[in-house]
Unconditional design. Structure first.
Lengths: 252, 238
């Protein structure tokens, strides 16, 4: 049997191959999930990637049973992965049955799958969280610090693989980005209409109000536009701002 | 030929520099019209809310029909995008009159007898729809259906390609942004009407669509009247 260190080394060598065109990132993530099971002696492992809304999406897991899949997928709503996303810190040695009140659905599904302990490790690029590695064991086995360090090394390998995937612009992420960009453009025009109606200004002239307010709040233009159309922001707040802070650039 | 190979071939042809300055989307519909031997081809955005503007069109009737579908928010392209499957209408005369009120009659009036719509999607994300228009009724041959599917896949790749070169995160590529700017008044009017009738944006948009339909005008025309304050709606309008 190869040592843990040798196996990690092999994974890094495979990672170097990510630079080739035919690299299948999902297959690689799947292999990493299996490496977690093998090297850390856990019973299930899942790699989740944050989508553009910051929601964890399962990208690969092992084993591939339905019950385990649900275990990972339901964590867009509750479970240790959300804690990792919030704090950026690992959540280790969690006793599943003790988490019933906090995560009722997660606990029910995990116990139903026979899982007793869970661990969640951040996938990070520099300081930027891009996903979570989630591990489960059927016994109440606690991971040692060495195990956790090894798990984090595996998570780091995964991070680099994911970066590679982002760099090649994975189609569904790009499609989502495109859809978001389209909706944002529409939203800004709608917000201009709302402001025009309140102010009596020409809609084309209201963009400077939106821009000035965005600058004033230090917020992106799109979030100001969103607040205007959903009524969270009183249009009068924007109209009362001194127009001299406005941007003469009309084109948007 | 396998579809993936055909898609690659189509993209290679589109990306070959021609120096005519035409956008990729326009080159794609023009190429499609030629190889598929149809009267017109249109490429439109689709969002969860429905049509969001015309990206490219070739043939006069196709232009009218893309506009009609946008104005009314209904049609074969909308259904195709929603179902994720092609919507084949080889004879519009035979379409149930209640299915797309206003659309079918408008299409026939514009001289279009058959419509075939193919969805553009990536996973569960709907991006748009590619529509083929013919002036005589008749089914699309199986070889043309396969070619149209390849063309729709190539169109999806073109959109993603444009977006991947958009630069600034969250921005929209200039070629694509123009499509929204073409409709800017419609979205501005939607915002204005939502204040006038104290409604949601989607209800305000429905009111604009209803007015376009009942008055036989294009929605962009109705929107222009709102933006220039020649037309107002009141809360009782719903």
């Amino acid at each position: 049997m190869v040592s843990r260190e040798v196996r990690i080394g092999q994974l890094f060598v495979e990672l170097a191959d990510t630079l080739t065109a035919d690299f299948d990132v999902v297959e690689f993530m799947h292999e990493l999930a299996e490496a977690c099971i093998e090297l850390l002696e856990v019973d299930a492992a899942g790699l989740m990637l944050l989508d553009l809304h910051g929601t964890p999406r399962l990208i690969a897991s092992s084993p591939d049973f339905m019950r385990e899949l649900e275990l990972f997928e339901l964590q867009s709503d509750e479970g240790p992965c959300l804690d990792v996303i919030e704090t950026g810190q690992p959540v280790t040695n969690v006793d599943v049955s003790g988490a019933k009140e906090r995560w009722p659905r997660f606990t029910a599904v995990a116990l139903g799958a026979g899982m007793k302990s869970t661990h969640a490790l951040p996938l990070k690029l520099r300081d930027h969280l891009i996903g979570v590695v989630n591990l489960f064991t059927r016994t109440e086995q606690h991971l040692s610090e060495e195990d956790i360090a090894l798990g984090q090394a595996l998570a780091d390998v995964a991070s680099i693989g994911l970066l590679q995937q982002r760099a090649t612009q994975e189609p569904s992420l790009l499609a989502e980005q495109l859809q978001t960009a389209l909706n944002t453009r529409i939203l800004i025009e709608q917000a201009k209409g709302v402001l025009a109606e309140h102010s009596g200004l020409d809609p084309a002239d209201t963009i400077r109000l939106l821009r000035a307010h965005a600058r004033h709040l230090g917020a992106p233009l799109q979030s100001v536009a969103e607040s205007v159309v959903n009524g969270e922001l009183d249009p009068m707040d924007l109209l009362q701002e001194p127009s001299k802070t406005g941007d003469p650039d009309q084109h948007d | 030929m396998a579809r993936a190979d055909r898609v690659a071939q189509l993209l290679a042809e589109l990306l070959r520099p021609t120096g005519d300055g035409e956008g990729l989307a326009l080159r794609l519909v023009t190429a499609g019209r030629k190889t598929l031997d149809v009267a017109g081809v249109g490429l439109s955005w689709m969002t969860e809310q429905g049509p969001a503007g015309t990206l490219a069109v070739t043939g006069d009737a196709a232009e009218v029909l893309e506009e009609l579908q946008y104005s009314l928010g209904i049609g074969p392209g909308v259904d195709s995008s929603r179902s994720g499957r092609p919507e084949m209408q080889p004879d519009l005369e035979q379409v149930d009159i209640g299915r797309w009120p206003g659309y079918t009659s408008g299409a026939l009036e514009a001289g279009v007898a058959a419509v075939f719509a193919f969805p553009l999607q990536v996973g569960g994300i709907r991006l748009g729809v590619l529509s083929l228009y013919n002036d005589t009724p008749g089914r699309l041959p199986a070889s043309a259906v396969e070619e149209a599917r390849a063309l729709a896949a190539a169109a999806t790749a073109v959109l993603l390609h444009l977006q991947s070169s958009a630069g600034r995160r969250g921005g929209l590529h200039a070629d694509l942004a123009d499509t929204v700017l073409d409709r800017a008044e419609v979205y501005q009017a939607t915002g204005m009407v939502s204040v006038q009738i104290r409604s949601s944006l989607s209800d305000a948009f429905a009111v604009l669509r209803g007015r376009a339909f009942s008055s036989g005008r294009e929605i962009s025309d109705v929107a222009h009247s709102v933006v220039t304050r020649q037309l107002r709606f009141t809360a009782g309008e719903m």
